[in-house]
Design a protein around this ligand. Structure first.
Ligand code: C2E
Ligand code: MG
Ligand code: MG
Ligand code: MG
Length: 279
Protein backbone atom coordinates (compact mmCIF):
# COMPACT_ATOMS: atom_id res chain seq x y z
CA UNK A 1 0.00 0.00 0.00
CA UNK A 2 2.72 2.39 1.02
CA UNK A 3 4.50 1.73 -2.25
CA UNK A 4 1.38 2.25 -4.29
CA UNK A 5 0.74 5.51 -2.46
CA UNK A 6 4.30 6.56 -3.06
CA UNK A 7 4.06 5.90 -6.75
CA UNK A 8 0.68 7.62 -6.93
CA UNK A 9 2.10 10.67 -5.16
CA UNK A 10 5.06 10.71 -7.50
CA UNK A 11 2.87 10.55 -10.55
CA UNK A 12 0.63 13.26 -9.13
CA UNK A 13 3.66 15.41 -8.46
CA UNK A 14 4.87 15.00 -12.05
CA UNK A 15 1.45 15.84 -13.41
CA UNK A 16 1.39 18.88 -11.14
CA UNK A 17 4.69 20.15 -12.51
CA UNK A 18 3.48 19.57 -16.00
CA UNK A 19 0.23 21.42 -15.39
CA UNK A 20 2.13 24.38 -13.99
CA UNK A 21 4.52 24.52 -16.93
CA UNK A 22 1.57 24.27 -19.26
CA UNK A 23 -0.31 27.05 -17.48
CA UNK A 24 2.76 29.25 -17.92
CA UNK A 25 2.98 28.41 -21.62
CA UNK A 26 -0.70 29.25 -22.05
CA UNK A 27 -0.30 32.54 -20.18
CA UNK A 28 2.67 33.45 -22.35
CA UNK A 29 0.76 32.70 -25.57
CA UNK A 30 -2.22 34.63 -24.23
CA UNK A 31 0.02 37.63 -23.43
CA UNK A 32 1.50 37.65 -26.93
CA UNK A 33 -1.97 37.56 -28.48
CA UNK A 34 -3.17 40.23 -26.05
CA UNK A 35 -0.38 42.54 -27.18
CA UNK A 36 -1.62 42.14 -30.77
CA UNK A 37 -5.21 42.69 -29.65
CA UNK A 38 -4.26 45.83 -27.71
CA UNK A 39 -5.58 44.57 -24.37
CA UNK A 40 -2.91 46.25 -22.25
CA UNK A 41 -3.30 49.81 -21.05
CA UNK A 42 -1.97 51.96 -18.24
CA UNK A 43 -4.35 53.03 -15.49
CA UNK A 44 -3.50 56.15 -13.50
CA UNK A 45 -3.44 56.85 -9.78
CA UNK A 46 -3.04 60.42 -8.46
CA UNK A 47 -0.09 61.43 -6.28
CA UNK A 48 -0.81 64.40 -4.03
CA UNK A 49 1.32 67.02 -2.38
CA UNK A 50 0.55 66.65 1.34
CA UNK A 51 1.02 70.31 2.35
CA UNK A 52 -1.08 71.86 -0.45
CA UNK A 53 -3.44 68.90 -1.06
CA UNK A 54 -2.94 69.29 -4.81
CA UNK A 55 -2.45 66.48 -7.34
CA UNK A 56 1.11 66.77 -8.64
CA UNK A 57 1.43 63.60 -10.74
CA UNK A 58 -0.15 60.30 -11.72
CA UNK A 59 1.50 56.89 -11.55
CA UNK A 60 0.92 54.69 -14.60
CA UNK A 61 -0.07 51.17 -13.48
CA UNK A 62 -0.39 48.55 -16.17
CA UNK A 63 -3.65 46.64 -16.57
CA UNK A 64 -4.57 43.73 -18.81
CA UNK A 65 -8.14 44.04 -19.94
CA UNK A 66 -8.78 40.38 -20.73
CA UNK A 67 -11.93 39.57 -22.76
CA UNK A 68 -12.78 36.55 -20.54
CA UNK A 69 -10.95 37.16 -17.29
CA UNK A 70 -11.61 40.89 -16.90
CA UNK A 71 -9.01 43.27 -15.49
CA UNK A 72 -5.81 41.45 -14.55
CA UNK A 73 -3.34 42.91 -12.04
CA UNK A 74 0.29 43.30 -13.11
CA UNK A 75 1.30 41.13 -10.15
CA UNK A 76 -0.21 38.20 -12.08
CA UNK A 77 1.63 38.68 -15.37
CA UNK A 78 4.71 40.90 -14.88
CA UNK A 79 6.90 38.11 -13.42
CA UNK A 80 6.30 35.87 -16.46
CA UNK A 81 6.63 38.85 -18.79
CA UNK A 82 10.05 39.48 -17.21
CA UNK A 83 11.11 35.85 -17.64
CA UNK A 84 10.03 35.67 -21.27
CA UNK A 85 11.30 39.11 -22.25
CA UNK A 86 7.78 40.27 -23.15
CA UNK A 87 8.27 43.01 -20.53
CA UNK A 88 10.35 44.90 -23.11
CA UNK A 89 7.32 45.32 -25.38
CA UNK A 90 4.97 45.91 -22.46
CA UNK A 91 7.32 48.47 -20.90
CA UNK A 92 7.63 50.23 -24.25
CA UNK A 93 3.83 50.36 -24.52
CA UNK A 94 3.46 51.86 -21.03
CA UNK A 95 6.19 54.42 -21.62
CA UNK A 96 4.80 55.59 -24.96
CA UNK A 97 1.16 55.67 -23.76
CA UNK A 98 1.98 57.37 -20.47
CA UNK A 99 3.96 60.15 -22.17
CA UNK A 100 1.26 60.60 -24.83
CA UNK A 101 -1.48 60.74 -22.17
CA UNK A 102 0.48 63.10 -19.89
CA UNK A 103 1.12 65.49 -22.78
CA UNK A 104 -2.65 66.18 -22.79
CA UNK A 105 -2.75 67.03 -19.04
CA UNK A 106 -2.07 70.44 -17.43
CA UNK A 107 1.65 71.07 -17.70
CA UNK A 108 2.33 71.13 -13.96
CA UNK A 109 1.19 67.49 -13.69
CA UNK A 110 3.83 64.78 -13.99
CA UNK A 111 3.65 61.10 -14.83
CA UNK A 112 5.47 58.23 -13.12
CA UNK A 113 6.33 55.03 -15.01
CA UNK A 114 7.58 51.81 -13.39
CA UNK A 115 10.66 50.23 -14.98
CA UNK A 116 11.56 46.57 -14.65
CA UNK A 117 15.19 45.52 -14.05
CA UNK A 118 14.93 43.65 -17.36
CA UNK A 119 14.38 46.95 -19.19
CA UNK A 120 17.73 48.14 -17.83
CA UNK A 121 19.49 45.24 -19.53
CA UNK A 122 18.04 46.41 -22.83
CA UNK A 123 20.50 48.73 -24.66
CA UNK A 124 17.50 50.50 -26.22
CA UNK A 125 16.15 51.97 -22.99
CA UNK A 126 17.59 55.48 -23.48
CA UNK A 127 16.48 55.58 -27.12
CA UNK A 128 13.01 54.45 -26.16
CA UNK A 129 12.64 57.11 -23.45
CA UNK A 130 13.93 59.74 -25.87
CA UNK A 131 11.43 58.61 -28.48
CA UNK A 132 8.51 58.65 -26.01
CA UNK A 133 9.35 62.23 -25.05
CA UNK A 134 9.92 63.45 -28.60
CA UNK A 135 6.82 61.81 -30.07
CA UNK A 136 4.55 63.09 -27.31
CA UNK A 137 6.18 66.47 -26.88
CA UNK A 138 6.20 65.90 -23.11
CA UNK A 139 8.83 67.92 -21.23
CA UNK A 140 11.41 65.56 -19.70
CA UNK A 141 10.98 67.11 -16.25
CA UNK A 142 7.38 65.82 -16.20
CA UNK A 143 8.50 62.19 -16.51
CA UNK A 144 9.48 60.21 -13.40
CA UNK A 145 10.89 56.72 -13.72
CA UNK A 146 10.34 54.40 -10.75
CA UNK A 147 12.90 51.72 -10.09
CA UNK A 148 13.35 49.27 -7.22
CA UNK A 149 16.54 48.22 -5.49
CA UNK A 150 16.65 45.12 -7.67
CA UNK A 151 17.66 47.37 -10.58
CA UNK A 152 20.76 48.50 -8.67
CA UNK A 153 21.49 44.94 -7.58
CA UNK A 154 22.39 43.86 -11.12
CA UNK A 155 25.66 44.86 -12.87
CA UNK A 156 25.86 48.27 -11.30
CA UNK A 157 28.30 50.08 -13.62
CA UNK A 158 26.13 49.90 -16.74
CA UNK A 159 22.97 50.51 -14.70
CA UNK A 160 24.41 53.60 -13.01
CA UNK A 161 25.57 54.99 -16.36
CA UNK A 162 22.04 54.53 -17.74
CA UNK A 163 20.51 56.21 -14.68
CA UNK A 164 22.89 59.16 -14.99
CA UNK A 165 22.16 59.46 -18.72
CA UNK A 166 18.41 59.51 -18.04
CA UNK A 167 18.94 62.10 -15.36
CA UNK A 168 21.02 64.21 -17.76
CA UNK A 169 18.03 64.24 -20.12
CA UNK A 170 16.03 65.92 -17.35
CA UNK A 171 14.00 62.84 -16.36
CA UNK A 172 13.53 62.26 -12.62
CA UNK A 173 14.35 58.98 -10.91
CA UNK A 174 12.42 57.54 -7.94
CA UNK A 175 13.34 54.67 -5.65
CA UNK A 176 10.15 52.59 -5.35
CA UNK A 177 9.06 50.29 -2.48
CA UNK A 178 11.68 51.78 -0.17
CA UNK A 179 12.35 49.72 2.92
CA UNK A 180 11.39 46.32 1.57
CA UNK A 181 14.82 45.32 0.24
CA UNK A 182 17.81 44.63 2.38
CA UNK A 183 20.34 47.41 2.11
CA UNK A 184 18.29 50.45 1.22
CA UNK A 185 20.58 53.03 2.77
CA UNK A 186 23.58 52.14 0.65
CA UNK A 187 21.47 52.52 -2.48
CA UNK A 188 20.72 56.11 -1.50
CA UNK A 189 24.44 56.75 -1.67
CA UNK A 190 24.97 55.01 -4.99
CA UNK A 191 22.66 57.30 -6.95
CA UNK A 192 21.19 60.77 -6.27
CA UNK A 193 17.50 59.83 -6.39
CA UNK A 194 14.90 62.57 -6.78
CA UNK A 195 12.29 60.71 -4.78
CA UNK A 196 11.87 57.92 -2.25
CA UNK A 197 8.58 56.02 -2.26
CA UNK A 198 7.94 54.60 1.19
CA UNK A 199 6.52 51.11 0.84
CA UNK A 200 2.84 50.60 1.56
CA UNK A 201 3.56 48.07 4.31
CA UNK A 202 4.89 50.83 6.60
CA UNK A 203 1.87 53.04 5.93
CA UNK A 204 -0.72 50.31 6.48
CA UNK A 205 0.70 49.49 9.90
CA UNK A 206 0.82 53.10 11.13
CA UNK A 207 -2.22 52.76 13.38
CA UNK A 208 -1.20 49.46 14.92
CA UNK A 209 2.58 49.60 15.19
CA UNK A 210 4.59 52.25 17.00
CA UNK A 211 7.71 51.13 15.13
CA UNK A 212 6.07 51.96 11.80
CA UNK A 213 5.63 55.54 12.99
CA UNK A 214 9.32 55.61 13.92
CA UNK A 215 10.28 54.26 10.50
CA UNK A 216 8.14 56.85 8.66
CA UNK A 217 9.70 59.57 10.82
CA UNK A 218 13.20 58.34 10.03
CA UNK A 219 12.61 58.10 6.28
CA UNK A 220 10.94 61.51 5.96
CA UNK A 221 13.80 62.97 8.03
CA UNK A 222 16.31 61.28 5.77
CA UNK A 223 14.54 62.72 2.72
CA UNK A 224 14.62 66.21 4.20
CA UNK A 225 18.31 66.08 5.01
CA UNK A 226 19.23 64.64 1.62
CA UNK A 227 16.90 66.98 -0.27
CA UNK A 228 14.86 64.07 -1.64
CA UNK A 229 11.07 64.13 -1.99
CA UNK A 230 9.30 61.42 0.03
CA UNK A 231 6.06 59.81 -1.17
CA UNK A 232 3.99 57.47 0.98
CA UNK A 233 2.24 54.66 -0.92
CA UNK A 234 -1.01 52.97 0.01
CA UNK A 235 -2.62 55.77 2.05
CA UNK A 236 -6.10 54.51 2.81
CA UNK A 237 -7.47 56.70 5.62
CA UNK A 238 -7.35 60.16 7.15
CA UNK A 239 -5.50 59.05 10.27
CA UNK A 240 -2.60 57.86 8.10
CA UNK A 241 -2.66 61.08 6.08
CA UNK A 242 -2.62 63.22 9.26
CA UNK A 243 0.34 61.34 10.62
CA UNK A 244 2.21 61.69 7.33
CA UNK A 245 1.48 65.41 7.33
CA UNK A 246 2.74 65.73 10.89
CA UNK A 247 5.94 63.90 9.99
CA UNK A 248 6.49 66.15 6.98
CA UNK A 249 6.13 63.52 4.29
CA UNK A 250 6.08 65.38 0.93
CA UNK A 251 3.54 63.37 -1.08
CA UNK A 252 0.83 60.76 -0.58
CA UNK A 253 -0.80 58.24 -2.89
CA UNK A 254 -3.50 55.69 -2.16
CA UNK A 255 -7.11 54.54 -2.21
CA UNK A 256 -8.02 57.42 0.15
CA UNK A 257 -7.81 59.68 -2.91
CA UNK A 258 -8.48 57.26 -5.73
CA UNK A 259 -7.94 53.78 -7.09
CA UNK A 260 -5.96 53.63 -10.34
CA UNK A 261 -8.36 54.54 -13.16
CA UNK A 262 -8.26 54.68 -16.98
CA UNK A 263 -6.81 57.73 -18.75
CA UNK A 264 -10.31 58.95 -19.57
CA UNK A 265 -10.88 59.53 -15.82
CA UNK A 266 -7.84 61.77 -15.26
CA UNK A 267 -9.86 65.00 -15.66
CA UNK A 268 -12.32 63.70 -13.07
CA UNK A 269 -9.51 62.81 -10.65
CA UNK A 270 -8.10 66.33 -11.02
CA UNK A 271 -11.51 67.85 -10.38
CA UNK A 272 -12.58 65.70 -7.46
CA UNK A 273 -10.03 65.49 -4.66
CA UNK A 274 -11.42 62.19 -3.39
CA UNK A 275 -12.73 59.55 -5.67
CA UNK A 276 -12.51 56.43 -3.59
CA UNK A 277 -14.92 54.20 -5.47
CA UNK A 278 -13.20 51.63 -7.63
CA UNK A 279 -12.95 51.98 -11.38
P1 C2E B 1 4.03 49.72 -7.24
O1 C2E B 1 4.78 50.42 -8.32
O2 C2E B 1 4.60 49.80 -5.88
O3 C2E B 1 2.56 50.30 -7.33
C1 C2E B 1 1.72 50.48 -6.22
C2 C2E B 1 0.68 49.39 -6.13
O4 C2E B 1 -0.11 49.61 -4.97
C3 C2E B 1 -0.30 49.34 -7.30
O5 C2E B 1 -0.67 47.97 -7.48
C4 C2E B 1 -1.49 50.14 -6.75
O6 C2E B 1 -2.70 49.84 -7.41
C5 C2E B 1 -1.49 49.68 -5.32
N1 C2E B 1 -2.13 50.65 -4.42
C6 C2E B 1 -2.20 51.99 -4.56
N2 C2E B 1 -2.85 52.55 -3.51
C7 C2E B 1 -3.19 51.55 -2.68
C8 C2E B 1 -3.88 51.50 -1.42
O7 C2E B 1 -4.29 52.52 -0.85
N3 C2E B 1 -4.04 50.27 -0.86
C9 C2E B 1 -3.59 49.14 -1.45
N4 C2E B 1 -3.80 47.98 -0.85
N5 C2E B 1 -2.93 49.14 -2.65
C10 C2E B 1 -2.73 50.34 -3.26
P2 C2E B 1 -0.77 47.33 -8.91
O8 C2E B 1 -1.34 48.32 -9.88
O9 C2E B 1 -1.43 46.01 -8.78
O10 C2E B 1 0.75 47.12 -9.31
C11 C2E B 1 1.56 46.24 -8.58
C12 C2E B 1 3.00 46.36 -8.97
O11 C2E B 1 3.19 45.92 -10.33
C13 C2E B 1 3.54 47.78 -8.94
O12 C2E B 1 3.88 48.15 -7.62
C14 C2E B 1 4.73 47.66 -9.86
O13 C2E B 1 5.83 47.12 -9.18
C15 C2E B 1 4.25 46.65 -10.87
N6 C2E B 1 3.81 47.38 -12.07
C16 C2E B 1 2.64 48.00 -12.33
N7 C2E B 1 2.64 48.57 -13.55
C17 C2E B 1 3.86 48.30 -14.08
C18 C2E B 1 4.51 48.62 -15.35
O14 C2E B 1 3.96 49.30 -16.22
N8 C2E B 1 5.78 48.15 -15.52
C19 C2E B 1 6.43 47.41 -14.56
N9 C2E B 1 7.69 46.99 -14.82
N10 C2E B 1 5.87 47.12 -13.39
C20 C2E B 1 4.60 47.55 -13.14
MG1 MG C 1 5.63 52.23 -8.54
MG1 MG D 1 5.67 51.20 -5.01
MG1 MG E 1 4.83 48.32 -4.31
Amino acid sequence: RAKADGRGTYRFFETGMDARAQARRLLEMDMRAALQRDEFQPYYQPIRDVASDRVVAFEALLRWNHPQRGLISPLNFIPLAEETGLIIQLGELVLQSACADAATWPDDIGVAVNLSPVQFKNPNLIASVTEALEKSGLAARRLELEITESVLLQNSEATLTTLHDLRAMGVRISLDDFGTGYSSLSYLRSFPFDKIKIDRSFVSELATREDSVAIIRAVTGLGRSLGIVTTAEGVENDAQLELLRREGCTQAQGYLFSMPRPASDVALMLERPRLRASA
